[in-house]
Design a protein around this ligand. Structure first.
Ligand SMILES: [Zn+2]
Length: 431
């Protein structure tokens, strides 16, 4: 250590999972708690974390450029949101009354609503419009305590618009303090012009989109909506295998509505993560476990759709020892919220996860779902200095006192980007 750039003192309680790998099953509940803690940061990385008096004793004789007092508040790793559809145009609140009065989703879709209306607005929007709207959502996520997210394309469903969405994600990653990890999801739906010809659309994704995305280096992951009436298992397999040839690691939207076999496929193709999993069978969960796939659960979506069934988080953790992660699924249709803290509450209420498991699922395991467990997701020397400071006395308080934002401050790469509940001058994007 030559110099400490920032020393965060006065931490009432510091909570973190440990390690550079996802935490499996009962390990998810093992959280290290340090009361009276401090974190020392050097060049954007954590140099030391522990009891404040011990940290200060270790730093004797070392220059400390800046000290900030957390005022006795609680600190966790910066939260990670590993499944969002961040970049899109338009919104769909005009469909709310129809939905509430029971009009089936397929009827709304037939009237040009649903995902097709978002595709239409996203195709006509300029890159700047997409950037401005997504940037505002990223600000909101940051103020919730999120420091890294994943963002999927999939509202273009044409070469040109898929590339446009991914370029916006990259520009946001470059200009916004929140890190944005990109996933290509050209196979999110079958566009109107390919209605009834889904195999032809799969050909287009493989022949035109994948090479173009790879050539520009626009994505790390390739995702597909494997679902009845969308893309079947064989089509999904083709896309994910081809994606691998182009260096994109597979992810899959699996078993959301019908247990089609997406979880089995996830295990077979070596997917990094499988998403939703509302109807996954025991066999599917075994396949995820055998394939080291991270299940990403999205309780905000089942909540917002008014479903009475939820992903089997307890079985995943207790019986199958899976490394569960949580995410908002932020999108303009089934889950229009940037609030990871709402997801924390719903994971407690509907998935019966403990506060400790939820923290692991929103930090280290969420990082593993986007291939980042070695770099973020815990407060340990060497990891990126991404920290969230909460106005809360302990971990259980987050799901307990619900519906408000508990985040007091956020430190990203060692820089305070939100403090006293507002973005600092380094917090937002340059607009
Ligand atoms: Zn999704």
């Amino acid at each position: 250590m030559k110099q400490i750039d920032l020393l965060l003192t006065g931490i009432g309680s510091l909570y973190t999972p440990e390690g550079t790998q996802p935490r499996y099953g009962e390990e998810m509940g093992r959280i290290r708690e340090t009361t009276g803690a401090a974190v020392a940061i050097e060049q954007g990385r954590i140099a030391l974390a522990g009891k404040e008096d011990e940290v200060i004793a270790t730093l004797a004789g070392i220059h400390i450029a800046e000290t900030i007092d957390a005022g006795g508040r609680m600190v966790t790793p910066g939260l990670v949101d590993p499944h969002t559809h961040l970049v899109h145009a338009g919104s769909r609140e005009h469909e709310l009354a129809m939905k509430r009065s029971g009009v089936p989703y397929l009827d709304i879709l037939a009237q040009g609503g649903g995902i097709l209306s978002t595709v239409k607005s996203t195709r006509t929007a300029s890159e700047q419009e997409l950037y401005d709207k997504a940037g505002r959502s990223l600000d909101e996520m940051l103020l919730q305590g999120v420091t890294t997210i994943e963002a999927k394309s999939g509202y273009g469903l044409s070469l040109e618009t898929e590339l446009k969405q991914l370029r916006v994600s990259r520009r946001l990653h470059d200009t916004h303090p929140v890190d944005v990890v990109s996933t290509f999801m050209g196979a999110h739906a079958v566009p109107e012009e390919y209605k009834g010809r889904s195999d032809d659309f799969v050909d287009l994704v493989i022949r035109d989109m994948l090479p173009a995305v790879a050539e520009e280096g626009l994505a790390e992951f390739c995702d597909v909506f494997c679902e009845e009436g969308v893309f079947n298992v064989e089509q999904s397999r083709r896309i994910l295998e081809e994606g691998k040839r182009f260096g994109l690691q597979p992810k899959i939207h699996a078993d959301e509505i019908v247990p089609l076999g997406g979880s089995d496929l996830a295990g077979e193709v070596g997917a990094v993560s499988a998403e939703h999993l509302l109807t996954t069978t025991d066999q599917g969960l075994s396949s995820l476990a055998a394939g080291n796939v991270v299940p990403v659960l999205l309780p905000g979506t089942s909540f917002n759709l008014g479903l009475s069934h939820h992903a089997r988080a307890r079985d995943m953790i207790d019986k199958f020892r899976l490394p569960v992660a949580l995410s908002t699924d932020y999108n303009p249709g089934s889950c229009p919220t940037e609030s990871i803290q709402l997801i924390i509450m719903l994971a407690s209420l509907n998935l019966k996860m403990t506060p400790e498991e939820i923290l692991t699922a929103c930090t280290l395991n969420a990082a593993a779902a986007i291939g980042r467990a070695g770099d973020i997701g815990s407060i340990e020397p060497g990891k990126r200095a991404d920290l969230t400071i909460f106005d809360a006395p302990n971990l259980a308080y987050l799901p307990y006192h619900f519906g408000i934002n508990h985040t007091f401050g956020v430190i990203k790469n060692g820089t305070p980007v939100a403090w006293n509940r507002t973005l600092t001058e380094k917090g937002g994007i340059a607009r």
